[in-house]
Design a protein around this ligand. Structure first.
Ligand code: CUA
Length: 261
């Protein structure tokens, strides 16, 4: 029985999520071993230093250097953890960022606001239109500048749709305060910071309809900042994205002609 199962963590739906769950298991077993070790040491001290066999206190304390040796050992172990595991793992993560770009990822700009999420898709050209915060009309407005040619086929969606089996790169940002975009079944989350855009990426491994939550206390509506998300089949996703993009293109073209008249 693994601790992550025992804690009834929701089912994992992402390619990397199994490793996150494994780490949760390892950390729990490690804490259990540490707890048991310290408890045994405590019991040992209670028995070993009981007053009946130690009627007089020792004023010298420990005479050997075992504690300094143990401290040095801890420093060495931590150096090994950092240099031998943390740095290589970080390198692997940054390398996978290079690779994921080449795998035809689904790209979405995710905008957090008080209190909800808006999704901005780059459309058929795969390029996000320019963003101009000065033209923002409401909290939830992604502020896409329609004068930019790259923005013509961009579309927005109130729910996040991504394709099963294809990496998704979500650029997380915020229109007001700091939020946090958290998808528990994908085992991933990222702070949404106003004025900044941070990518988070993962690959869904099964189709799914679920909710996303805000993982950062951000105001009175924080608890209601639940969004919808769907992982659909790749062909269904392509059809949907293409239709949305074409509709946006038509809508923007008619706006431009009306404006120029
Ligand atoms: Cu947004 Cu909490």
């Amino acid at each position: 029985m693994s601790p992550s199962k025992l804690l009834s963590i929701p089912e994992n739906f992402s390619a990397h999520g199994g490793r996150v769950d494994h780490l949760i298991d390892v950390v729990h077993w490690f804490m259990l071993a540490l707890g048991a070790g310290w408890f045994l040491f405590f019991a040992f001290c209670l028995i070993r230093f009981r007053s009946s066999v130690n009627p007089k206190a020792s004023y010298h304390g420990v005479r050997n250097h075992i504690s300094s040796h143990m401290e040095i050992a801890v420093v060495i172990i931590e150096a090994v953890l950092l240099l031998g595991f943390a740095f290589p793992l970080w390198k692997e993560r940054t390398d996978s960022w290079e690779q994921v770009q080449k795998l035809d990822p689904v790209r979405v700009r995710v905008i957090g606001w008080q209190f909800g999420w808006t999704y901005h898709y780059p459309g058929k050209d795969g390029k996000f239109g320019r963003i101009d915060p000065l033209i923002r009309t409401s909290n939830s407005d992604p502020a896409i500048d329609l004068n930019d040619p790259n923005a013509q086929d961009d579309f927005t969606s109130p729910i996040l749709k991504i394709a099963n089996g294809r990496p998704a790169i979500l650029n997380i940002t915020s229109n007001d305060v700091i939020h946090n975009y958290a998808i528990i079944p994908m085992r991933i989350q990222q702070d949404a910071i106003p004025g900044k855009e941070f990518p988070m990426w993962f690959t869904p491994t099964k189709t799914l309809e679920t909710s996303v939550v805000c993982g950062q206390l951000c105001g009175e509506g924080h608890g209601n900042m639940v969004g919808q998300m769907e992982v659909i089949k790749d062909d269904a996703f392509r059809t949907w994205a293409e239709t949305e993009s074409e509709n946006a293109l038509k809508a923007h073209a008619s706006k431009v002609t009306t404006a120029s008249r």
